[in-house]
Design a protein around this ligand. Structure first.
Ligand code: ZN
Length: 242
């Protein structure tokens, strides 16, 4: 019985050591994976902004061209009416032409105002587009730099991490389920540290001095002993070595 507990504890201590190793590798990547993700998201947003601005620019351009066209045509008509005005022989015709001239003149004024606003919008749109493109360029450069860094880190650690993950898988299959669940609970709630040494008379996790009753429990090696203060699984290395 006691040997079985020792074996269980050996395995769970080994699991902790593997998980600590995997954590160290993850930590060595720093915030690079996060940065790469965030940059990708930002770049997608910028690209979508650019697309919107480009479409907007096409519309504005089209509207401005139409507006200029209308002005051009109205001016030609005005010229024509003005020469006709000089040739009319009766009042009725004269009035009709004056009416037409007034109407065309107001069209030109309205359309010129519209063209002015459109040209302003188009210029503003162009500015925004250029600025978004510049930001896209700088973010893309940053992304490729961070991706290279991350890739380098992955190349350096991938093999080790793979081995540890494989080793972990094999080990977990051999670990008592109840103990494994306890391990996960403590591991996830206690800063990824679930199994701690107790050889020196205190808990290796929270450094609480262990009462003598706890120490004798540990020495008996017939149960899983947890720290009363932090719930971590206590591991008595000296006693476990055969
Ligand atoms: Zn503790």
């Amino acid at each position: 019985m006691s040997e079985k507990i020792s074996e269980k504890l050996n395995k769970i201590a080994e699991l902790q050591s593997i998980d600590t190793g995997i954590n160290a590798i993850e930590k060595s990547k720093g915030n690079l994976p996060y940065l790469v993700d965030e940059l990708k998201k930002e770049i997608n947003e910028i690209k979508s902004d650019i697309e919107t601005l480009e479409n907007n620019g096409i519309d504005l351009d089209e509207n401005l061209r139409e507006s200029k066209n209308t002005i051009e045509k109205s001016k030609i008509l005005l010229e024509r009416y003005k020469s006709q005005r000089n040739l009319v022989t009766n009042n009725k015709e004269y009035e009709a032409i004056i009416k037409e001239i007034d109407f065309r003149e107001s069209v030109v004024i309205e359309e010129e105002e519209r063209a002015r606003v459109l040209a302003e919008d188009l210029a503003e749109n162009k500015n925004q587009l250029e600025s978004r493109k510049k930001i896209l360029e700088s973010r893309s450069a940053m992304l490729s730099e961070k991706q290279d860094e991350l890739e380098q880190k992955l190349n350096d650690t991938q093999e080790d991490e793979k081995k540890l993950i494989e080793k972990r898988k094999l080990l977990v299959a051999k670990i008592d389920k109840h103990l494994y669940n306890l391990y996960l609970r403590v591991y996830n709630s206690k800063g990824r540290l679930a199994v701690v040494p107790a050889d020196e008379g205190f808990c290796g996790g929270c450094y609480t001095v262990l009462p003598s009753q706890k120490l004798s429990e540990l020495r008996r090696r017939d149960s899983v002993v947890q720290c009363d203060a932090c719930s971590r699984i206590l591991y008595y290395k000296e006693e476990v070595v055969h």
